[in-house]
Design a protein around this ligand. Structure first.
Ligand code: DAH
Length: 350
């Protein structure tokens, strides 16, 4: 009997150690220790026929063998679990020496953003603040505060999208609209910061257009203004000439011609020599040799008053650069609608 138990222990331990997987181990456990027909159970069952002294000797030994085999099964079970996890992890292993996968195209900034940011840096170096303004604007800031008379036809060339309701912060009757230009920020900035003040305002504007290659419902402008006690037209010219040279190189020439804008007096249209034909005349400049890139002028006293600033003490200039137009001219884009199209084939070129 003792010999049977010793043998069961040695052979059982060897078999348990050799079990290749959990299924084999489970079967082995049943074979050795199973309650119904396990080998150890059978030995224990046969004890009842033995003499009491033998039972006393064999009983504890059988128990010891049982505990040894049970813990060997548990240990082997743990080993198999660990190696199963390792095998799974091996498939997942990260090889940091492996060459990187090629990047999927990460995208890039829209050409409007690229040119806009370049100009923001340019003006920031000249000491201008860079401000943001609301796209949903009130009729008051978009027109009335900028000296547009209620029935002036200048409003008609800037038809826009009117939104229901009225701006509680503006004088009574001023309804909401999508701003047609960035100029309303002249008054908002004056009200907030007072004079002296120098700032630019890049942003999105809206017009109710029947769209075609030259007209779009959404366009981008950069407004700029400078107010102080001794600002003259020469400052306006100096700053805008610097902008033109920055954009088109030192050779570029600039010219002004009179143009009406209700918020400036005098008002001008600003043109630069066509960078493509150098002023000789081509398709881009429609054979004129000149390209219109901004409107500008000396700020009307009514605008300063609306901003809460005394026009007897302060004066200044304002300009509006057509950012969409600058981008079209820079890259020779012939259809303005491409800028808002989200067309990947178009955008990938910049
Ligand atoms: N806001 C004008 C427009 O959208 C452009 C403009 C003209 C802005 C003259 C100005 C200015 O500041 O002085 O057509």
């Amino acid at each position: 009997m003792t010999i049977d138990l010793q043998q069961l222990k040695t052979e059982g331990l060897l078999a348990i150690k050799a079990a290749k997987d959990k299924l084999e181990l489970a079967n082995l456990e049943i074979k050795l220790l199973g309650r119904k027909n396990g080998e150890l159970t059978n030995i224990l069952k046969s004890l009842k026929d033995l003499a009491a002294e033998v039972k006393k000797e064999i009983g504890p030994l059988a128990n010891e063998v049982k505990i040894i085999l049970e813990s060997a099964v548990a240990a082997r079970h743990r080993e198999l679990s660990a190696s199963a996890w390792e095998n799974a992890a091996a498939g997942e292993r990260l090889d940091i020496t492996e060459p990187a996968l090629p990047h999927l195209d990460p995208g890039h900034l829209h050409p409007i953003t690229q040119v806009g940011r370049d100009l923001e840096d340019f003006f920031a170096k000249l000491g201008f603040m860079v401000l943001d303004g609301p796209e949903l604007e009130s009729d008051y800031y978009n027109f009335s505060a900028l000296n547009f008379a209620a029935d002036h036809p200048a409003r008609d060339i800037m038809d826009t999208f009117y939104i229901k309701g009225h701006d509680p912060a503006a004088p009574a009757g001023a309804g909401w609209l999508m701003r047609t230009h960035t100029s309303p920020m002249q008054v908002r900035a004056l009200q907030k910061y007072g004079a002296p003040l120098a700032a630019i305002v890049p942003g999105k504007c809206f017009r109710n257009e029947s769209t075609d290659a030259r007209h779009e419902h959404t366009l981008y402008q950069i407004e700029g203004f400078m107010y102080d006690t001794d600002i003259t037209f020469a400052h306006l010219k100096g700053i805008l000439e610097a902008v033109a040279k920055h954009l088109y190189g030192p050779e570029v020439k600039m010219r002004f011609s009179p143009k009406f804008y209700p918020f400036v007096e005098p008002g001008v249209r600003g043109e630069v020599t066509c960078f493509l034909c150098k002023g000789r005349g081509c398709r881009v400049c429609k054979n004129s040799g000149w390209l219109e890139i901004f409107g500008a002028g000396m700020t009307h006293p009514n605008v300063l008053k609306a901003g809460g600033v005394d026009p007897a003490k302060y004066q200044g200039f304002a300009f509006g650069l057509g950012l969409s137009r600058l981008v079209m001219l820079k890259y020779g884009i012939e259809d303005v609608r491409l800028l808002e199209s989200g067309n990947i084939k178009f955008l990938e070129q910049f």
